[in-house]
Design a protein around this ligand. Structure first.
Ligand code: ATP
Ligand code: MG
Length: 360
C-alpha cells in the first residue's frame, strides 16, 4: 500500500515555533526521507472560517503567511503538494455524507473541541460548522487516502474520531476508506509546546507565540521576557526545570552541538538542568543560551522567507498547481465513496439494467 501524508494548518496567523516542533519540522524530514509516495499539505481556510466567519479578510491574508512559512521551513513544492482547502469542494461533499455517521453526543465528548469552545467563549453559541469540524477533518484525511498524519498532541482526539468514521463507513458501505495513523513528535517537549507566558499551549489565538518570521530582535525580546520558575527568585536558589518553559524549549530545540558552540561549560542539557536544580544558575544566562539556540534554528528560515517574499506570484502559482492536483485526487475518492454509498446513479450500467428488468 502507498504511504501518504496529509496534514495542515489553519490560516489564522503566521506559524510559530510550536507548529514547527509539533509538526512542520517533522514534515520536512519526512518529505526529504523519500519514504512517502505522496505528501499533501493543506492550508485549512474552510476550517479557519468555522470560528472566524466574520473575519474573512484575516483568513485570506494569512493564506500567504502560512504558505511563506511552509516554503521557508523547507517544504518543497517539487516533493510536497501544498493546497488550499476551500478550493477542493469535494471535501465539503464528503463531510456532508460522513456527518450521517457521527452522533452529536460523540462530538460533544471530543476533548479538544471542548477545550477550544471554552477558550473561545462559545459555550452559549457554538457555530455548527465549528462544532462539526472534526468531521470535516476526517474528510480531509480520507480524501487523500492518508496513511500518516504528523500533528501535535492536540490533534489526537481528531484522529481518533476520523478512525471511527473510517471504521463505520467501511462497515456500512464496504471497504473503501483508508485507516490513517497519527504520527506524534517523539520528543515529549514537542507534543504541545507551551506559550512564552507559561500557558499550556503556544497558540495563534492566545498571542503567546514566537513566530517563525519574527525578527532577531523580537525573538530575543520574547525569550528574555519568558516565564520561568516563579520560585527561583535569587541566583543561589534551587530552580525547577520541570514545567519551566525555558527548559521545555531547550528540550525541544537544543542539540549537543549548540552546547559545544555556545556554552561549552556544559556537556549537554542534563548537566545544565542539574546545575539549575542545585541552585547557583540565573535565569538570564539560561535565556541568553536559549536565544542563541533559537536564533541558530530560525536564521536560515528567516533568510529563505526573505527570498520567497520577493516571489509572491510564484507562491500563488505553487498553491494553484497544488490545489489543482488535490482536486483531482479528492474527486477520485469522492467517486469511490459515492459508488460505495450507492449514489452513483449515472455511472452504474448494471443498475440501469436492473431497473429495466424490474419494470419489464
Ligand atoms: P488556532 O489557535 O487557530 O487553532 P493553532 O496555533 O492551534 O491555531 P493549528 O493551525 O490549529 O494552530 O495547528 C496546526 C498544527 O500545529 C497541528 O498539527 C497542531 O497539533 C500543531 N500545533 C499547534 N500548536 C502547537 C503547539 N503549541 N505545540 C505543538 N504542536 C502544535
Ligand atoms: Mg488549533
Amino acid at each position: 500500500m502507498s504511504k501518504i501524508i496529509l496534514t495542515g494548518d489553519r490560516p489564522t496567523g503566521r506559524l510559530h515555533v510550536g507548529h514547527y516542533v509539533g509538526s512542520l519540522r517533522r514534515r520536512v524530514e519526512l518529505q526529504n526521507s523519500g519514504e512517502y509516495d505522496k505528501i499533501f499539505i493543506m492550508i485549512a481556510d474552510a476550517q479557519a472560517l468555522t470560528d472566524n466567519a466574520d473575519q474573512p479578510e484575516k483568513v485570506r491574508q494569512n493564506i500567504m503567511e502560512v504558505a511563506l512559512d511552509y516554503l521557508s521551513a523547507g517544504l518543497d513544492p517539487e516533493k510536497s503538494t501544498i493546497f488550499i482547502q476551500s478550493v477542493v469542494s469535494e471535501l465539503t461533499e464528503l463531510t456532508f455524507y460522513y456527518s450521517n455517521l457521527v452522533t452529536v453526543s460523540r462530538l460533544q465528548r471530543n476533548p479538544t473541541v471542548k477545550a477550544e469552545i471554552q477558550m473561545r467563549n462559545f459555550e452559549a453559541s457554538i457555530p455548527v460548522g465549528f462544532f462539526t469540524y472534526p468531521i470535516s477533518q476526517a474528510a480531509d484525511i480520507t480524501a487523500f487516502k492518508a496513511t500518516t498524519v504528523p500533528v501535535g498532541e492536540d490533534q489526537m482526539p481528531m484522529l481518533e474520531q476520523c478512525r471511527e468514521i473510517v471504521h463505520k463507513f467501511n462497515t456500512v458501505y464496504g471497504e473503501t476508506l483508508v485507516m490513517p495513523d497519527i504520527l506524534l513528535p517523539d520528543n515529549k517537549a514537542c507534543l504541545r509546546l507551551p506559550g512564552i507566558d507559561g500557558k499550556a499551549k503556544m497558540s495563534k489565538s492566545l498571542g503567546n507565540c514566537i513566530y517563525l518570521s519574527d525578527t532577531e530582535q523580537d525573538v530575543r525580546k520574547k525569550v528574555m521576557s519568558m516565564f520561568t520558575d516563579p520560585g527561583h527568585l535569587r541566583v543561589e536558589d534551587p530552580g525547577k526545570t520541570e514545567g519551566n518553559p525555558v527548559f521545555i524549549y531547550l528540550e525541544a530545540f537544543s542539540r549537543p552541538e549548540h552546547f559545544a558552540q555556545f556554552w561549552p561549560d556544559y556537556a549537554g542539557l542534563d548537566e545544565l538542568k542539574a546545575h539549575y536544580e542545585r541552585g547557583g544558575l540565573g535565569d538570564v544566562k539560561v535565556k541568553k543560551f536559549l536565544n542563541k539556540v533559537l536564533q541558530a534554528e530560525l536564521a536560515p528560515i528567516r533568510q529563505r522567507r526573505k527570498e520567497w517574499e520577493k516571489r509572491i506570484p510564484d507562491v500563488y502559482e505553487i498553491l494553484r498547481e497544488g490545489s489543482r492536483e488535490a482536486c483531482a485526487v479528492a474527486a477520485d475518492t469522492l467517486k469511490e465513496v459515492k459508488a460505495a454509498m450507492r449514489i452513483n446513479y449515472f455511472d452504474d450500467d448494471a443498475m440501469i439494467r436492473e431497473q429495466e428488468e424490474k419494470y419489464r
